[in-house]
Design a protein around this ligand. Structure first.
Ligand code: GRF
Length: 218
């Protein structure tokens, strides 16, 4: 079967777009990424296209060769390297992350491929305002090998989840999910590519949803 990922059916729930959820005043985002940064770019593009009322104040990355930093430069967004290898503990790294986010006047944090466990130092500094995207239908397949695990367990449907971050890894209230089929000839790469098409759709929408839900509770 040779279908483009765009043509494969998907199911998004709740099925609301970011622009339908547009908040009055733009929210100020800090994005954390460890790798390629395609989700960072999807958020930047959604903002540019007027689909998400937000601005990206800063990108924080932890791997010196993360391509996300190159993307940030292209968008004219400040990119700060906080290399976890330079810190004695997770708490010490998180203290520096919080300080940097404050310096850039960040209100909401998006972990877009941030491959580090977070501590209460970080969570307590931005209560209910840290968002994560994960390449599985949580609570299935937590951790860094979610796509491989979905393939190995021979599920026929998998997808991605955007959720509020809590201390337990890949847990916390779910904001939005998208499902995609697993095809017979899938490799981790082809399946991940299909999931990422959906990630790029739901991450901006889920950020808008989180901001709106938050506003409604004030
Ligand atoms: C995404 O699949 C995300 O779900 C996971 O890490 C990947 C990051 O991709 N947490 P990218 O760097 O945004 O391209």
């Amino acid at each position: 079967m040779n279908l483009s990922p765009d043509f494969i059916p998907s199911l998004v729930s709740p099925n609301v777009s970011a622009d339908a959820l547009s908040t009055q005043s733009p929210i100020k985002l800090g994005i954390l990424a460890s790798g390629g940064g395609s989700n960072f770019e999807a958020v930047a593009q959604a903002i540019k296209d007027g689909q998400l009322s937000a601005q990206i104040q800063v990108l924080i990355y932890n791997n010196p060769d993360a391509y996300a930093a190159v993307r940030a430069a292209k968008w004219g967004i400040p990119a700060i390297l906080l290399n976890h290898r330079d810190y004695k503990s997770r708490e010490e790294l998180d203290r520096q992350i919080v300080q940097t986010l404050r310096e850039y006047d960040v209100g909401w944090v998006v972990m877009a491929g941030w491959m580090r466990l977070v501590t209460s130092v970080f969570i307590d500094a931005f209560p209910d305002k840290i968002i994560n995207i994960h390449p599985s239908l949580l609570p299935s397949f937590k951790g860094s090998r979610a796509v491989e695990q979905a393939l190995a367990s021979e599920v026929k449907i998998t997808g991605c989840t955007v959720h509020i971050v809590c201390l337990e890894m890949d847990s916390g209230p779910i904001l939005m999910q998208a499902a995609v089929p697993v095809l017979l000839d899938d490799t981790p790469e082809t399946l991940h590519a299909r999931i990422q098409v959906q990630e790029h759709r739901i991450l901006p929408a889920a950020i808008a949803l989180a901001a709106q839900l938050h506003k409604a509770t004030l």
